[in-house]
Design a protein around this ligand. Sequence first.
Ligand code: UD1
Length: 357
Amino acid sequence: MKKLLTVLGARPQFVKAGVVSSAIAQTSGLSEILVHTGQHYDTNMSDIFFREFGLPAPGHHLGIGSGSHGEQTGRMLIELEKVVDDEAPDGLMVYGDTNSTLAGALVAAKLTMPLIHVEAGLRSFNRAMPEEINRVVTDAVSTLLLAPTQVAADHLTREGVSAEKVLVTGDVMFDAVLRAKATAIPPDISGPYLLATVHRAENTDDPERLAWILDVLAQLAKDMPVVLPLHPRTRAALASLNLETRASALTLIEPVGYSEMIGLISGSQAVLTDSGGLQKEAFFLDKPVHVFRGETEWTELIESGWAQLLPPGSDAVAAVAAILNRGSEKGRPCDAYGDGRAAPKVAGAVLQHLADA
Ligand code: UD1
């Protein structure tokens, strides 16, 4: 029996683990222990997902919480190393691009154990983003790089990662959406509405940029309600930057669980977001999507015409109006994200990798 230690800690990682951990549970010869760093700790940022997905309770909860990048990542390193020493796993797995990902990757690399990165190879080519640093470093030290798309795998090849280490599995987020459709909770909103989310540091920590986004959303809200589930980082930014009155035209709600989110997306006219996950969820659910960023890692969505970038200062209101009016003239969907069976491929590849190590 091979023993895998999976390090996670932020909301999008719980969503991915929801499908991957259940595939691992069905893989004989492979056992998994979850380590929750505590990066996200509010009930509706963490516990709600463990309940919804029936995830096993973490074997270890590090309780790290918030802090500066160095402080948060450093404390994770200290605690994770102890857990790895105690558990003596055959390998370690991380998801995505958060500080929890980076901490898990560094601990595995320093202890020279197999390291599997799910969602490897994504690049924004913007090193001012903390997530980009986390991705590049994690990919550089991983021993098995599981890419969601061919574009991601090509980035790795160009960076000199040897082809034997890279496998295109498809995107586990597609699996997650297909599974959640059955349990989607219909929104409690009457009439058409737009769904928005904003949480990236590049948007929330720049007062001008956040004010611009709020103004765009307020303009749009004159025609149709704009529902905005508020990430704690954004809530804090609105308070500290005195932007709460600018947000008063919007329908602000607390962060929601996954079934509720899938219901909110499905019921919306269009989605405006800076989240990587939500861009694809909107696409999988057939909703036009606008991205409050100057670039995206999910370039297939832009190239297929499905998603549109809204860089700061662009005429976002006109862009959204054009999409809402385009009716059946929607962009061509793309099939870059696999067949909705990425999670079993991840589980199989992990077992093989640990057996070969
Ligand atoms: C992190 C990831 C980001 C990911 C996002 C998903 C990094 C560098 N960034 O950003 O890539 O898209 O998670 O949500 O890892 N807070 C709470 N309660 C919580 C969690 C956070 O109040 O449960 C507040 C704290 O004030 C904290 C702030 O939100 O300082 C930011 O949280 P943090 O985990 O540092 O980063 P995210 O913005 O969530």
